[in-house]
Design a protein. Structure first.
Length: 458
């Protein structure tokens, strides 16, 4: 029986993936040796499960500017950016100088240093929320946000968006899964534990709604009246490619949440300093009660932050909620964050990102059209992705239907062509840095064009 067009494409993808994986392994024998060695002392041979990649983990030697280098000495234009943490690029002179000066004066006191105030002042200016606290990761920041919402309202339940990742604490490891049928109907997602070790009693306190679905959110508040502390959400959904909010969606969400006496928290861990100087909060004109930041805030050092209105942060100020952490506001992190905010991520950099993003988007769209690839490009600020669907994706269920062989094959073509992207290609995005240039963007586009031709058989 003759193959259909779809079957032909699928067979071609499988063949291309096999060829590209063989080339991948041939290029990286030193990484292969380190994988074997690491398995004897590191659980799974890595320091995070997200570092496990097919066909093998890539071990990095060093980075400089917009480039990184693996253990075999191969150079890559880095559009991975440490899962969105490296908007400053690698070894930026301003970051190197700030951290070098600070380390010679002591690296930890568990007491505040001047830089913590300077960083908080800059965040207040950028995001419009007056008071801030620091922590050490996006997971810690969203955990504080959830605890703070519960403390401020004396209510037990929270709402999150299906498929949205907010870190790995119990309250938000809910419905970040592709398992059917346990995730429930599309219009009424079930609260499903996303992994093991999560008590059912805690999972039941987290209610789930689809992204871009105002009616589902209204129904959820109606059914759980006076028991919902707040909603935590990414204003632009990440970890599912990039899914923008539909027109007026965020404003309607804000109104529904506040009308029910609940609090509104934006998880801007991935978007906060990458889609614009003041994140989605400023660019889309929405006013959440709480904002969480991390990733690129630290300039490459572990950092998280939670900002809020004076009314909400009073619960921290007077001790009704104890926001604590030995390494909160660590001097090295604060020095790096200050340099990132005031010396690197300037208005000039955001304008340069606009130019580079246009090069990448237009180049990929031209290749998609020329080769008739079922895909489209979504990009905001420094973040962008190719979503392998011919039509826009509006929620997590639509994202799940995408064949992840397209993104894996694309990742391999980019990697073997000297561009490093996040290994979980279907879910993740590219990240521009302050040190990328036109040649870097051109290499990405050239690799994508080669991939598009190969997958379409042109």
């Amino acid at each position: 029986m003759a193959l259909t067009a779809d079957q032909t494409t699928q067979a071609r993808l499988d063949e291309l993936i096999a060829d590209q994986e063989r080339l991948f392994l041939q290029r990286q024998p030193a990484s292969a040796r380190m994988v074997d060695r690491a398995r004897r002392s590191l659980a799974g041979g890595v320091t995070s499960n997200w570092q496990i990649a097919r066909p093998q983990t890539v071990w990095i030697s060093h980075g400089a500017g917009s480039k990184i280098y693996d253990l075999d000495g191969k150079e890559y234009v880095d559009f991975h950016g440490g899962y969105g943490a490296m908007a400053v690029g690698h070894a930026h002179p301003a970051i190197v100088e700030a951290v070098s000066k600070r380390i010679g004066r002591g690296s930890h006191f568990a007491q505040p240093t001047e830089d913590a105030t300077l960083v908080a002042e800059e965040l207040a200016r950028r995001f419009g929320l007056p008071l801030w606290r620091f922590c050490n990761s996006g997971t810690e920041a969203t955990m504080d946000a959830v605890h703070l919402m519960r403390a401020a309202t004396d209510r037990p339940k929270i709402v999150k968006v299906e498929g949205a990742y907010h870190g790995h604490h119990d309250s938000v490891m809910v419905s970040v899964t592709d398992g059917h049928p346990e995730i429930g109907p599309a219009g009424r997602p079930a609260s499903v534990a996303s992994g093991s070790g999560l008590p059912a009693e805690i999972i039941a306190l987290t209610l789930v709604v689809p992204f871009n679905d105002v009616a589902a959110l209204e129904r959820t508040f109606d059914e759980h009246r006076d028991s919902i502390a707040g909603l935590i959400m990414e204003p632009v959904m990440m970890n599912a490619g990039i899914i923008p909010p539909q027109p007026e969606y965020l404003a309607r969400v804000e109104s529904i949440v506040h009308d029910n006496g609940a609090l509104f928290a934006f998880d801007e861990v991935k978007t906060g300093l990458t889609v614009g100087p003041g994140g989605v909060t400023k660019s889309m004109g929405v006013s959440p009660d709480i904002i969480t930041l991390a990733k690129s805030l630290g300039g490459g050092l572990p950092c998280g932050a939670i900002g809020g209105s004076a009314e909400i942060m009073e619960f921290i100020t007077d001790g009704r909620y104890e926001q604590v952490g030995t390494f909160n506001g660590n001097p090295l992190t604060m020095a790096s964050a200050r340099a990132a905010l005031t010396e690197v991520l300037t208005e000039d950099v955001y304008r340069r990102w606009d130019d580079l993003r246009s090069v990448m988007v237009e180049g990929c769209e031209s290749a998609i059209e020329a080769c008739d690839v079922p895909a489209h490009v979504v990009a905001l600020g420094a973040k962008g992705c190719v979503t392998f669907s011919p039509t826009p994706v509006t929620n997590y269920r639509e994202f799940l239907e995408i064949d992840d062989r397209f993104s894996h094959c694309h990742w391999l073509f980019q990697h073997n062509g000297g561009v490093f992207l996040p290994p979980w290609g279907k879910a993740e995005q590219w990240l521009l840095s302050a040190q990328h240039d036109d040649d870097d963007a051109g290499r990405f586009v050239a690799n994508f064009a080669e991939f598009a031709k190969a997958v379409s058989g042109r």
